[in-house]
Design a protein around this ligand. Structure first.
Ligand SMILES: C[S@@+](CC[C@H](N)C(=O)[O-])C[C@H]1O[C@@H](n2cnc3c(N)ncnc32)[C@H](O)[C@@H]1O
Length: 253
């Protein structure tokens, strides 16, 4: 789906037009939520810490809803700075970032400093076909799953636009695709602000906002689903961002 990117931000009360970014596909996202806000909480040694480190020479990362790629690229650099240099065959780290917004993906592709190791593709995670495409990517490397999947600030947009079932299906899909999942879910107060901003603009509400049964403590809902339905367990919490969102690391049981 080609969706044009909009201005202003999910937390911002600026006068931009959030109605033009109904999927959170803000054109200027990193001007008000710079990569450092999340990176400062994520240990640079994360790849070294994860359990599969000695089993594989190739590390596959997936960044879901990567917007214009700024955080994906910054995260790649951040995690590579602690790669051991002394080994004969340093592990190769590959990152695939995707977003449903084609314009944002074009920007990500044009600004990608590591085209050998980082790829950006347009993809909508709610579409069945996304699973096939992502699975065939990992199979090219002889793997069955991504080692680390990151999903920052995407769950609310899928939830508001597609409803409760899609929110849970998103989590199930992510769990099925990776060994470790680093998740930042937007808290419920963000849902209310997103809906309020749309109303202020005189637009009709998000399709599902009023009828969502999953509400309240969104991180707890995500954790419950991942642990009870997806064979994952919470292994670490990296604390809260300046927007009061927790970064939670889950691993496959
Ligand atoms: C608020 S931005 C967050 C960007 C980035 N993950 C970050 O945290 O820096 C949400 C992004 O999710 C993307 N997105 C929303 N729904 C999506 C879907 N169904 N499939 C893929 N990307 C989606 C939007 O286009 C947008 O770029």
């Amino acid at each position: 789906m080609a969706v044009p990117a909009g201005h202003a931000g999910e937390e911002s009360s600026e006068t931009g037009d959030p109605g033009a970014a109904p999927h959170g596909n803000f054109i200027n996202y990193y001007t008000f939520n710079p990569p450092e806000n999340r990176l400062s909480l994520i240990p640079a040694s994360l790849l070294e810490q994860l359990r599969w480190r000695r089993e594989s020479e190739t590390v596959l990362m997936l960044d879901v809803g990567c917007n214009s790629g700024d955080l994906s690229i910054a995260l790649y650099k951040h995690l590579l700075q602690e790669q051991p240099l002394e080994t004969d065959s340093p592990r190769s780290v590959h990152l695939l970032g995707f977003d449903l917004d084609r314009d944002l993906i074009l920007r990500a592709q044009n600004c990608n400093p590591f085209p050998q190791n980082i790829q950006f593709i347009p993809l909508d995670i709610t579409q069945e076909s996304s699973h096939t495409e992502l699975t065939s990517y990992v199979e090219k490397f002889g793997c069955s799953r991504f080692h680390l999947c990151t999903c920052f600030a995407v769950t609310m947009w899928v939830h508001l636009n597609h409803g409760d079932a899609a929110f849970l299906a998103l989590l199930s899909r992510l769990a099925s695709l990776c060994e470790y999942l680093l998740l930042e879910v937007q808290p419920w107060k963000c849902y209310r602000s997103a809906a309020r901003r749309l109303r202020k603009l005189g637009r009709s509400d998000f399709d599902h906002f009023k009828t969502l049964a999953i509400r309240g403590d969104m991180a707890a809902h995500a954790k419950e689903h991942l642990e009870k339905q997806c064979s994952m367990e919470l292994t670490q919490s990296f604390g809260n961002t300046s927007w009061d969102r927790s970064l939670l690391l889950f691993k496959r049981r």
